[in-house]
Design a protein around this ligand. Structure first.
Ligand code: SAH
Length: 368
């Protein structure tokens, strides 16, 4: 067995680093997730009980249905444009969009206005999405990046997308902050190191070894989407594991088969994520002159947009075992406990200034 027959991303990264020198954590994470032929998302379908992790739309149809009804209401509040792009970033198996469109049929004028746009880096996921959306009743286009979505009013949905965008780490030392890099150790294995140069612009005073995690790619993307919403009309709904206030510390993690693994151990074989810094995303949207709602907990958001009523309606037609599953899904999605997603997952929306009271954010003090 030669390397050529079993070329892994780890081998490719070691070659790149041997030639170019250490690379940034940002580049490492981007390649580990979306390298065109060896990346984590480009080589597998990672979702579900048998996969590496499970997401809200895969837990219950209620999640996508409620987001579809949310989008219908938001569409009315932004002036009911005749054509609206319903854009999903990183649609995974396509479950959320399929459920959203089915629910949106209850609002026929909205449904008829929808052009579906799916932004997806992985051809394997595109195939899954194509199957999930066959016969959905609306035109569907696939795009590699947000920039490829045609102009016009657009409602963007993103569930567990921003946490897959690469982050940078800076580590404090007596001389100042240095960027964390991925290099090679004496045996030629991947290892973390630090840049020789200190960062001239980071002036935070704190202890040695403190880590600053910056989601620059997510911030740039929100800046572009918010600017587009301001000029073209529309909205963004971002749902992710994250935190409301920027703070020191790192949240980078790798998960394989529902277990934590070493980030550098098997690049391309494990999911790598970082928690989303929602205050940084809010600042990015406001700097683009957009209006921000939230962040609020996923539980509060889903309760406000009617998940409890939806669960009751589904249970009324279900066998007892199925009804029990519906209650478990409701608790998992909206509950505030440690293994539940209602508090840990945060929801943020962006619109043009002047849009009032979009569903799910009543009583949210941070809205501005
Ligand atoms: N939203 C889905 C999937 C979340 S996983 C769900 O909730 O189930 C992240 C998704 O984003 C996958 O479909 C992955 O292939 C895609 N993805 C990751 N990084 C991307 C990038 N930089 N550009 C486009 N799609 C990306």
């Amino acid at each position: 067995m030669t390397e050529a027959h079993h070329h892994t991303l780890g081998a490719e990264l070691r070659e790149i680093i041997a030639i170019e020198g250490p690379i940034s954590l940002e580049r490492f994470m981007e390649l580990a997730l979306t390298h065109p032929t060896l990346g984590y998302y480009t080589t597998r379908d990672p979702f579900g009980v048998d996969g590496d992790f499970i997401t809200s739309p895969e837990i219950s149809q209620m999640f996508g249905e409620l987001l579809g009804l949310w989008a219908a209401q938001v569409w009315r509040q932004i002036g009911a444009p005749e054509i609206v792009h319903l854009v999903e970033l990183g649609p995974g198996r396509g479950t959320l969009m399929a459920d959203a469109l089915r629910a949106a049929k209850a609002a026929p004028e909205f449904f008829d206005a929808i052009h579906v746009e799916l932004v997806e880096a992985s051809d394997i996921q595109v195939e899954q999405q194509r199957a999930a959306l066959a016969g959905c009743g609306r035109p569907v286009n696939w795009r590699r990046t947000v920039e490829d979505v045609p102009p016009g009013p657009a409602i963007f949905l993103a569930n567990e997308f921003f946490d897959a965008l690469p982050v940078r780490h800076y580590v404090n030392s007596p001389e100042g902050w240095r960027e964390r890099l991925v290099g090679l150790d004496a045996e030629g294995a991947l290892t973390f190191g630090l840049s020789a140069e200190v960062e001239p612009y980071i002036k935070v005073k704190t202890e040695d070894g403190s880590v600053l995690e910056i989601g620059a790619a997510a911030q740039r993307l929100v800046t572009r989407i918010a600017a587009r919403i301001v000029t073209e009309n529309g909205a963004l709904l971002a749902v992710d594991y994250g935190y409301d206030l920027t703070t020191l510390g790192e949240t980078l993690q790798a998960v394989k088969a529902h277990d934590y693994v070493d980030v550098l151990a098997e690049p391309g074989e494990a999911d790598i994520t970082a928690h989303v810094d929602f205050s940084a995303l809010s600042r990015a949207a406001r700097a683009a002159n957009a209006k921000v709602f939230g962040p609020v907990g996923q539980g509060d958001f889903l309760i406000q947009i009617g998940i409890a009523q939806r669960a009751e309606a589904l249970k009324a037609q279900a066998e007892p075992e199925v009804a029990e599953q519906i209650d478990l899904a409701l608790a998992r999605l909206a509950g505030a406990g440690e293994n539940e997603m209602g508090e840990l997952f945060r929801v943020l929306a962006v619109t043009r200034r002047g849009v009032e009271d979009i569903p799910g954010f009543a009583g949210d003090d941070a809205t501005s």
